[in-house]
Design a binder for this molecule. Structure first.
Ligand SMILES: [Zn+2]
Length: 366
C-alpha cells in the first residue's frame, strides 16, 4: 500500500498503513499573522497492487476560521475517486464520532481520491487551448504568483457591459472553475447561433487566483499565508508583499477604471457546505435582484446572506470601484435545490445557465 501526492494538485499528508487501514493525516496551511489554519483538502493516489480491501480514514484536523474552531468535515460528506484521474465517481463518507471520515475501498489496484473533482492548471491549459483562436476570446497575463506562475485573465465577448468573475481564491474549491468552463463554452455556442443575443456583454475571468496553492494541493492560503479573499482593505504596499495575486487583480481594475471599462458586476466563486450568496451589507437591493435571477435560471444560491466580511473580494471591489459584487458559494456537500450530490457536470451546467443571469443583470443595469 502506498500513497503518492507527487503530482499537480496532490495534497501533502502523513499516512500510515496497518491492519487493513490506511490512516491519513492532512497537513495544515496557516495564515500568517493570525491563528487561522486550514486542512480539509485531500487529493492523493493509492497504490494497492495486491488488491487488498482497505479502509481509508481521513483524520479530522480541527480548523480555525476567523479565529473560531471549526470542522471541514461533517456527516454525509461526498468525495470522488478515479482510476485514471479523468473520470470520477462520487461516494459518501461515513463520519465517526471523533470527526474522522472513513470509507471501504476494495479490489482497485490503483486509484486517486479527491475531496472534489479536481480542476488544475492542466485543465485550464486545455480550456485555453480550445478557445484561444476564437474571435470572441482574448487572453492576457495580468501578473504572476509568488512562485512565478502566470495569472491569466480570459476575456470573452466584445460587449461593453462587462462581468468580472474570479475563481479559486481558495485552492480546495474547484467548483467555480467548472462553472467558468461551462459558461465560456456556452457563450461561444450562443454567439455562433445567435450573436445578437450576446453582443452587449463581455466576461473578464480570472480563472485560478491561487495558482500556487492549486498546484501544491493546499486548502486555503497562499504560500505566504495570505487568504486571497481577505486583505482588500489593506494598504497596497502591505498587500503586495504577501499577495501579488490580489495586487494583479487590483491593478487590472485600476486600468479598467482609467479606461472607463469597469465591470458592472463582479462575482467571486467559492465552495462551502451551505451554498449561499454573500452580499455586501450596503448593496442588498441590487443583489436581491441578482439572487432572484439566479434562482429562476440556476440551482444556486440556497440562501442569501448579508456578509459581515468587510475585507474580502466582494466588499473590497464594491467599496473601491462601486461595482455590484458578491461571493457565490457552491455547495460542496449536497445541492439542495436539485437534490443532487455536487459534481463537475452540475457546476458546468450552472455555468451554462449563468449566461442568462448575466444577460438579465446587464439589461436591468444599463
Ligand atoms: Zn472559499
Amino acid at each position: 500500500m502506498f500513497i503518492s501526492y507527487f503530482f499537480e494538485n496532490g495534497s501533502p499528508c502523513n499516512w500510515d498503513y496497518s491492519d487493513g487501514e490506511l490512516a491519513v493525516d492532512l497537513l495544515y496551511d496557516h495564515e500568517a499573522g493570525a491563528t487561522n489554519k486550514a486542512a480539509g483538502h485531500f487529493h492523493f493516489s493509492v497504490d494497492n497492487p495486491e488488491r487488498q480491501p482497505v479502509r481509508i480514514r481521513i483524520k479530522l484536523a480541527t480548523n480555525i476560521w476567523n479565529g473560531q474552531l471549526g470542522s471541514p468535515f461533517e456527516a454525509d460528506l461526498p468525495s470522488y475517486y478515479s482510476e485514471d484521474g479523468k473520470t470520477w465517481q462520487v461516494f459518501v463518507w461515513q463520519q465517526e464520532t471523533n470527526g474522522d471520515l472513513v470509507a471501504e475501498f476494495g479490489k482497485l489496484p490503483f486509484f486517486y481520491l479527491a475531496r472534489l473533482e479536481p480542476y488544475t492548471e492542466a485543465n485550464l491549459k486545455q480550456l485555453c487551448g480550445d478557445i484561444k483562436d476564437h474571435p470572441l476570446v482574448t487572453m492576457s497575463n495580468i501578473g504572476t504568483t509568488l512562485e512565478d506562475r502566470s495569472l491569466e485573465m480570459i476575456h470573452v465577448g466584445t460587449g461593453e457591459q462587462r462581468v468580472l468573475l474570479r475563481a479559486r481564491a481558495h485552492p480546495w474549491e474547484p467548483g467555480g472553475n467548472w462553472v467558468i468552463d461551462g459558461l465560456i463554452r456556452e457563450f461561444i455556442a450562443q454567439y455562433e447561433t445567435n450573436p445578437e443575443k450576446v453582443k452587449n456583454i463581455g466576461f473578464d475571468i480570472m480563472p485560478i487566483a491561487n495558482k500556487d496553492g492549486v498546484a501544491r494541493g493546499m486548502t486555503r492560503f497562499n504560500l505566504k499565508g495570505a487568504d486571497l479573499n481577505r486583505g482588500f482593505s489593506r494598504p497596497r504596499a502591505e498587500l503586495a508583499a504577501v499577495a501579488p495575486e490580489n495586487i494583479a487583480l487590483l491593478e487590472w481594475l485600476d486600468q479598467q477604471q482609467t479606461a472607463g471599462t469597469l465591470p458592472v458586476l463582479a462575482l467571486d466563486f467559492h465552495n462551502d457546505c451551505n451554498g449561499g450568496l454573500l452580499i455586501p451589507a450596503d448593496d442588498e437591493a441590487r443583489m436581491e435582484i441578482l439572487a432572484d435571477s439566479l434562482r429562476r435560471h440556476t440551482f444556486s444560491p440556497e440562501t442569501v446572506i448579508s456578509s459581515p466580511n468587510k475585507d474580502g473580494f466582494a466588499a473590497g471591489v464594491h467599496a473601491q470601484y462601486g461595482i455590484a459584487a458578491a461571493t457565490l458559494e457552491f455547495n460542496a456537500k449536497y445541492i439542495n435545490n436539485i437534490k443532487q450530490l455536487p459534481s463537475a457536470t452540475h457546476w458546468q451546467q450552472f455555468g451554462r445557465d449563468f449566461l442568462e443571469v448575466a444577460l438579465e443583470f446587464i439589461s436591468e443595469n444599463s
